[in-house]
Design a protein around this ligand. Structure first.
Ligand SMILES: *Cc1c(COP(=O)(O)O)cnc(C)c1O
Length: 445
């Protein structure tokens, strides 16, 4: 690899004032990092700072907005509360108490993750596994529960501020393997976090070994790795001490007959521009692995059809496969980043129109909510009580009950709706899945 190695350096609240580029920032914006950063997670690294952000235009720079806390992410009242608390005390317990008070107002656990998706083997709960859809189990290895840099909009933010104490995490693979052996319907194992690509080779490879072994009795046919490392730290695959080991492991997975899919999280085409990311994509693809891409639609970062069309085309040019456009979830600073559903559909459609069928592998806009993944097909007019009325046409891409998958249903049109909970059924009092979902929740409780 003819690339200069780069040594990873992270900035957290404790040392962010040493970021040289802060001299480009005004005092109010610097203060916001500290105030908001005490409530929501903050971590950014030297690659993001030096290679991705245009500091002369930091206020509107998408990657700055993606990684640095901004004042409006908190309500005015909460911002002032945290700001004044910081002025008056250095006491860690007091700061935490106030921060937690604000955090609990920000819906830290969306989509019933805590109650509904945790499976068991016999008596043993598997806290590091979520199994919501038949074919795919999510695995949260305990040493993968952080990231190279945090995203301001992250829906898993609660675990990074210590609210969860890594409730969804497991060290061992024994129970996982046993569970997968008992559940032959699971064909896909998705490593997630945090970011599993934060792990060293030594740790990560232990999680993979059981699936490469001769006596593997699971039905795992695809291993997916959900990661933001191509966007935030491509040196992981290039010049880090164990980069070559990772690449060799990817090849070994593919050669064993398992389909390996890197689920790469890219939020903006600026993340595709550096030499490092371009090289990293090449070395990964050369192993025979696929790279599929996904991102939420986020106000102030990528809420433009042209940005998405550009991003999908660029990804395809680099050999990657556009996979999902998500709707920003109902947690954290959602009010700051949310895009109304109608607008999300408009942006998706306008972007989709600009690209060829090769880019149209992407699905969206999709909401990952308690019943499943709900796609906004569009705004349309349908008849009710003898008159034509505006409605959202929706489709279940994934369902907690597999019978729900592929169903089309309607919700009353609402120009302000930005999440499933804002929607009312168009016909009748309930959506088709509500009754069954209530039963599932009761049985889980
Ligand atoms: C999105 C998601 C998956 C994977 O769904 P695919 O449509 O197969 O990509 C699996 N589990 C959960 C909980 C999810 O949110």
């Amino acid at each position: 690899m003819n690339m200069e190695p780069m040594k990873y350096k992270a900035y957290l609240l404790s040392n962010f004032k040493t970021i040289p580029q802060l001299e480009k920032m005004n005092a109010e914006d610097i203060e916001a990092i500290e105030v908001v950063g005490n409530v929501l997670p903050f971590k950014v690294n030297n690659y993001v700072i030096n290679e991705l952000i245009d500091w002369d235009n930091y206020k509107t720079d998408p990657i700055f907005r993606l990684t640095f806390p901004q004042k409006e992410m908190l309500s005015h009242t909460d911002y002032e509360l945290m700001r004044k608390t910081l002025q008056n005390t250095q006491d860690k317990a007091k700061l935490k108490e106030i921060a937690n008070k604000i955090r609990y107002k920000l819906n830290p656990h969306p989509a019933g993750q805590m109650e509904l998706n945790v499976p068991s083997v016999g008596e043993h709960k598997l806290p590091g596994v979520q199994h919501k859809y038949d074919q795919t189990a999510l695995f949260f290895p305990s040493s993968g529960q952080t990231c190279h840099s945090y995203c301001t909009f992250c829906f898993r933010w609660a675990q990074f501020v210590g609210m969860d104490d890594m409730k969804f995490a497991m060290r061992e693979t024994d129970l996982l393997v046993q569970y997968l052996e008992e559940h032959q319907e699971v064909t896909d194992l998705l490593f997630t976090g945090g970011d599993p690509m934060i792990m060293s080779y030594k740790v990560f490879s232990q999680y993979i070994t059981p699936f490469l072994s001769q006596d593997n009795k699971t039905n795992i046919q695809t291993i997916r790795i959900g990661t933001k490392s191509l966007g935030f730290w491509p040196y992981k695959f290039l010049t880090d001490a164990d980069a070559d080991d990772f690449i060799a492991l990817f090849k070994k997975i593919v050669d064993s007959g398992i389909n390996l899919s890197i689920m790469a999280h890219f939020n903006h085409p600026n993340e595709l521009k550096t030499q490092a990311v371009q090289e990293a994509v090449k070395v990964i693809l050369a192993t025979g692995a696929q790279i599929r891409t996904q991102s939420p639609l986020i106000k102030g970062i990528n809420n433009s059809a042209d940005v998405w069309a550009h991003m999908w085309r660029e990804q395809v040019n680099m050999g990657m496969i556009p996979y999902y456009m998500f709707v920003e979830r109902d947690t954290g600073a959602q009010h700051y980043f949310e895009v109304p559903l109608e607008q999300a559909w408009y942006i998706f459609r306008k972007a989709y129109q600009q690209v060829s069928g090769i880019c149209r592998t992407v699905r969206g806009p999709s909401m990952s909510c308690t019943p499943g993944k709900v796609q906004i097909l569009g705004v349309t007019e349908i008849e009710k009580n003898g008159k034509m009325q505006k409605a959202f046409a929706l489709r279940m891409i994934q369902g907690r009950n597999p019978n729900w998958v592929g169903k089309v249903f309607f919700a009353k049109y609402d120009s302000k709706a930005s999440w499933m909970d804002d929607l009312q059924p168009f016909y009748g009092n309930e959506f088709f899945f509500n009754e069954e979902l209530r039963e599932m929740i009761q049985n889980a409780g």
